[in-house]
Each structure stands twice: as C-alpha cells, then as structure tokens.
Ligand binder design. Structure first.
Ligand SMILES: [Zn+2]
Ligand SMILES: [Zn+2]
Length: 268
C-alpha cells in the first residue's frame, strides 16, 4: 500500500446512537450517519500492519461490517467499558496464529486489564492450579508502552491525557493524530502535534456543553485550530449532534473540520 488508511469503526459516545429507548430526533433519524457505534478506529499501514484501536462492545459488528479479516495488533486507549468490552472478539484473529496477539497500552491500563480480564492476561492466577479446559480464551498478551513504541516498522509517539479518574492514550502515527476521551490536551502534546503538521486529526467531541471528563465542541474546535491538521474530524459524538447540521455548522469555520461517521475511510 502506498498510503496508510484509517477507518472509523465507531463514532459514538458510550451509549451508542440511537440510545436504547430514546425518542429524540437524532436517535430517530433516517440519516445513516446518525447511527453511531462506540468509538474506535482501524489502521491499515503502508508497512502492512492492521491495527485495531480499542475493542468496543460493538467490535464484532464493526469488524464484520468493514469486512476486516486480519489484525496484527491492538491498542487500548483506556479501560472504560465502551473501549474494552469487546476484547473477547479479538479471538478469531488469533485462531490460526501460534503467537499471542499483542495488546498495547500504558502501564496503569495494563494493570487494570490484567485484573479485569484475568482469564486472558493472568491465566495461572485465574486458574489457581486448575487445568485449562475448552478453547474459549483469546490468545492475547499485554505490551506496556510509554512515550513511543513500534509495531513492526510502524512508529508511534504517544502520551496520556486526563480523563476523569483515569487517563487516556493519545497517539501520533505518520500523519495521523488521535485524541479520544479526554478532558483536556496538555500544552506539550498540542505543541508536539502542531509541529508534526498532521494530515488528519481525529478528536473527542462529546457534546456542546462542558463535560466533566470529555472535550466539548468549543474546546475540540480550539484544539483543532491550534494543531492545524489538514483535516480534523470530530468523534465520540452524543445524540445532541445531528450529523448534517453539525457538518453545516463547521463549514462556517475558517479551517478544515468535519464530522466523523461509522465507516468513514481516510488516507494519510
Ligand atoms: Zn469513551
Ligand atoms: Zn472513557
């Protein structure tokens, strides 16, 4: 491949859109762009790596929808349910592999995953001397990362950003900046990303009003303008945003910014 490709697997907030039982106009919208599964992305790199970023509760349907047949590695941004609860669905990607599939995350999140998914990541402790039976456990291994890491020939620079009581991993890869679930972006990371002159920025934007743990529209726009990517896409969107209306609203701005949707593919 001559270019890297990022696919938006999901662009919705933690409930997904439509929200169960909600009768609002966006949850009832006939525009397919208003149907948002939980937020994650898929990278296909020039170096032939296929990488899933976050294993949402919707991962199985996202992978089937996009016809994805291979995955070489996974990156987990943080331990919230909407980003990890599909982790068992990585299992088919490891069926014909002898080695475990690597799952990259930062130290505290790795500790959490080891505890929460002990049957996957801490099998000896979990089995406590009992014999392993059946074949239901996905063969995954944790790789703890900080500052920068490589997956094969693909080089990533990363940081963690404040997100409520936890932190969320943000990364830069060869022209793509990904900022998900965070209350703010640190100045040094903003400056680093700006200096890279990214082709694409995908950034958290949960709603209009300020939120205790996420970026809201005004803040997302402010950061996007500062970073100055060739094009910015807002993601992790709640049901207050109609895709069409938000696209129109963003066209009024003096730089290139738009709205992510499930299935959107971008090259970088
Ligand atoms: Zn989230
Ligand atoms: Zn979160």
């Amino acid at each position: 491949m001559e270019q890297n490709i990022v696919t938006i697997l999901g662009s919705g907030t933690s409930t997904g859109i439509p929200i169960i039982g909600c009768q609002c106009r966006v949850c009832n919208s006939s525009d397919p762009h208003d149907q948002r599964t939980r937020s994650s992305i898929f990278l296909e790199t020039k170096n032939n790596n296929k990488i899933i970023v976050d294993t949402t509760p919707d991962m199985r349907s996202q992978i089937l929808r996009e016809g994805i047949k291979k995955c070489d590695a996974c990156i987990i941004t943080h331990e919230h349910a909407d980003h990890i609860h599909g982790i068992d669905d990585l299992k088919p990607f490891v069926f014909d592999r002898t080695e475990h599939l690597p799952v990259y995350t930062y130290d505290k999140c790795a500790d959490f995953l080891k505890e929460k998914f002990a049957y996957i990541f801490d099998t000896d402790q979990h089995l406590a001397g009992k014999k392993a039976l059946g074949s239901g456990v996905p063969k995954l291994k944790l790789e703890t990362i900080a500052k920068e890491f490589s997956i094969g020939k693909d080089h990533f620079k990363m940081t963690t950003l404040p997100h409520g009581h936890t932190r969320s991993l943000s990364f830069y890869h060869d022209g793509l900046a990904y900022i998900i679930d965070c209350k703010e972006v640190t100045q040094d990371w903003l400056d680093y990303l700006k200096a890279q002159k990214p082709k694409i920025l995908i950034i958290d934007c949960v709603r209009r009003k300020p939120h205790t743990t996420h970026l809201h529209l005004e803040k997302s726009i402010e950061y996007a303008r500062y970073i100055g990517a060739q094009c910015t896409y807002l993601t992790h969107l709640a049901h207050i945003f109609s895709h069409e209306e938000l696209c129109e609203e963003l066209k009024e701005l003096d730089f290139n910014i738009s709205v992510a949707f499930d299935g959107l593919k971008l090259s970088y």
